[in-house]
Design a protein around this ligand. Structure first.
Ligand code: PMV
Length: 316
């Protein structure tokens, strides 16, 4: 086999986190500027280190001695080889990722997407969309237990994805939308936040169900605004979603400070994104220059990193 390479990117949730756990729809956005590139090269059978090996910021060395954190990457390599019925090949895998871990940006799914596709490429093969998805999900089960599939879809998408009841639909865009993602620098606590919402639901099912319904309605409205090119309307749904998530107690002082900073920089809307209690915020800008101003304001307010992601028709 020859060398192989493939790339993927981060994702962020536009509307629907937490409510999606209770069956509400969610909209997922690709973060095209946060890239993961995987390159693989064959290891000769008589090499000094004959097995698979990895070079990444998380682990560099043989994959059979890898720490738990890279087990999903081991799965990405072995599951792809198994899929193509290949038993006698080994690869050196290099992963260059701009997607931070534990920030709700889908880093594990993005690495899985890039590594599986790069191994296929080295074998001279390609993965169709559903096979690729299943391989990413196999890695995600190693990483997270019971992944919804939302991350796996977002990290390979080039447009927003509507996610409902385990099914996806692409969303058509009526205009170009520019978003800024900002990292609080604090790891998100998705699992803890999901349990806290579950405890609240046990105590007050009607109250939480009402919030879930309202978030679901916002997701539907947000989809309409994407299709109609209504950035103002989209921003309003983002602001409303942040308020509803705050009533579920999944925000944090760091997230609220960044949301406030984005709004002070005239973002059309801003919200926490992902599991919350850390992780990232998402803000909507009017154009690229405005996105630069919002990103600067967010860094001034303490963001550890920012990304700009533009989706939809390019302006002429
Ligand atoms: O933090 P993330 O991006 O992995 O998103 C979590 C989304 C939740 O709705 C909070 C949980 C879930 O499993 O859908």
């Amino acid at each position: 086999p020859g060398n192989g390479s493939a790339s993927s990117h981060g994702k962020t949730i536009l509307i629907g986190e937490h409510a999606v756990v209770y069956g509400a729809p969610a909209l997922v956005l690709p973060v095209l500027d946060a890239r993961v590139v995987a390159t693989v090269s064959p290891v000769a059978a008589d090499a000094e280190q004959p097995g698979h090996s990895l070079q990444s910021t998380v682990h560099t060395g043989p994959l059979d001695l890898a720490p738990a954190a890279v087990m999903p990457t081991v799965t990405a390599v072995t599951a792809t080889l198994r899929h193509f019925g290949v038993t006698d090949r080994h690869f050196h895998v290099r992963v260059d990722s701009e997607v931070p871990t534990a920030r709700g940006m889908g880093s594990s799914a993005a690495v899985a997407a890039a590594v599986t596709a790069a191994v296929a490429d080295a074998l001279g093969e390609t993965l169709d969309v559903e096979t690729h998805h299943e391989l990413i999900q196999e890695c995600e089960r190693v990483a997270h237990g019971r992944p919804s599939g939302l991350d796996a879809r977002g990290v390979v998408a080039s447009a927003p994805v509507w996610f409902e009841g385990g099914h996806i639909e692409p969303v058509t865009l009526g205009a170009r939308f520019t978003f800024v993602v900002a990292d609080t620098g604090v790891p998100g606590h998705t699992r803890q936040a999901v349990s806290a919402v579950r405890a609240r639901h046990d105590q007050d099912p009607a109250g939480v169900d009402a919030v879930v319904d309202r978030i679901g309605a916002l997701a539907r409205r947000a989809r309409g605004t994407l299709e109609n090119g209504d950035a103002q309307g989209l921003g309003a749904t983002m602001d409303a979603a942040h308020d509803l998530l705050s009533t579920l107690d999944v925000s944090s002082d760091d997230l609220d400070r960044l949301v406030d900073a984005a709004r002070a920089a005239d973002a059309l809307g801003a919200k926490l994104t992902g599991g919350g209690r850390g992780g990232c915020v998402l803000a909507l800008a009017t154009d690229d220059d405005h996105a630069d101003r919002i990103a600067a304001a967010l860094r001034g307010a303490g963001a550890a990193a920012t990304w700009t992601t533009t989706i939809g028709a390019r302006a002429c």
